[in-house]
Design a protein around this ligand. Sequence first.
Ligand code: BES
Ligand code: MN
Ligand code: ZN
Length: 498
Amino acid sequence: MEFSIKLGSPEKQRSGCLMVGIFVDGNLTDAAQKIDKAANNMLSGIFAQGDMSGKVGSTLLLHNVPNILSERVLLVGLGKRDEFTARQYLDSIRSAMRTLFATGSKDAVCYLPELPLTNRDSAWCISQAVLAAFDTTYRFDHLKSKAEKNKHTLCKIQFGLLSGKPTAKQNASITQAAAVGQGMKLTKDLGNLPGNICTPSYLAQQALNLAKSHKSLKVTVLEEKDMQKLGMGSLLSVTRGSDEPAKLITLEYRGADKKQKPVVLVGKGVTFDTGGISLKPGAEMDEMKYDMCGAASVLGTLQAIAEIGLKLNVVGIIPTCENMPSGSATKPGDIVTSMSGQTIEILNTDAEGRLILCDALTYAAKFEPTSVIDIATLTGACVIALGHVASGLYSNQDTLAQELLAAGEQTYDRAWHMPLWDEYQPQLDSNFADIQNIGGRAGGSITAACFLSRFTKDYRWAHLDIAGTAWKSGKEKGATGRPVTLLAQYLINCVQPD
Ligand code: BES
Ligand code: MN
Ligand code: ZN
């Protein structure tokens, strides 16, 4: 798909489809007015006849509109003008893209990003439109023996400007959004792949492939014997029951001077979580193939910033293994020693994410990071607390938390700041080791974060619990690609603070 900015009035465009907006009161946007005028009030007539309500997300496809050079006009409902904010814009652009891709159009000129929004400029609207195009056309059907026939014919979308010239910011927003869109696609593909294909070795191969196609990326893969030497007893305790070898993948992206300290991203890469000896119930257990979505978001984000050529150093660390029950699996009550030297009593083998992350977080210190952000499908409790809307955000440093919240707000990939207070820490006291790996039912997402905080004292650290946001269940089952836009935006902001 090709994206660009096009200057000119809609009625003069020769394209497969023009996309313009209408509000619930029948008010037409500037671009829609131009079409209406050229077409002898056809659009206002349609509203008057009640065929288009103007409600957010509603669409009406028109053919052969008089005096228009394009083949189609897609009228897009925008809701009430005074309620038209980012949320409504996103709903209408997504629905517009979905309808557009269902037509036979080869190209389109979209005038929706020109709408005035408070706190968001047209560059933002353009990047969200690009991301919506990626998102609504995403399919994961290559594992079906017959590919589905819903392939669209569209290959070019232009964003129409009625006046002025495309700005550098608008052009940059297209390149950035396209890179982020591709990164999200990688994240979704890896998430959606089943556990028998997407193994720890497969993830390592993906990282190697990324490094092959981007000179700015360097990859190293540690094997179990290397981890043994580093004393990663906690990580290794999780993989004991599995026949698949665990890996510790490190991707180093060099976008700035060698001397500049990196941002480190750590992603949970449990390619299948059965719970281990503390076996999970059977219902929906297939969804535990998504337990590597943190890892996938690190790969997707690194691909995006390498594509953009962001002037920043970033390191991605991915601890990856399976969590399986077997004769050699770790048992409840087992005590292991982490790389930090702290001993851990494993009371529940299903609380495995924190066990692999803690060693990866200790390992992260060697990169002398400016900040470390881990991303993990860590707790069911986070889903209970925040549902499927916000990711849970924890941090040992308030500015870092604010920066991540702001990046999430900017891209509408939102997180919610959760407490990491000392009062929760005693829930992790163990009778037999330095710490235990579960803190009881109360505040389950918080105590998981508290566990990680014991290993991140030496640097600025934040933790994103994406258990509720990384994938959708039910009929629409599939990876969402979150929080790639949040992470990419955070990194972009590290280079150009607003
Ligand atoms: N991967 C799961 C968390 C999870 C569960 C994410 C359901 C999304 C949906 C994690 O490894 C896990 O099993 N956590 C346990 C922790 C508990 C044993 C303290 C959980 O949340 O039940
Ligand atoms: Mn688990
Ligand atoms: Zn898990």
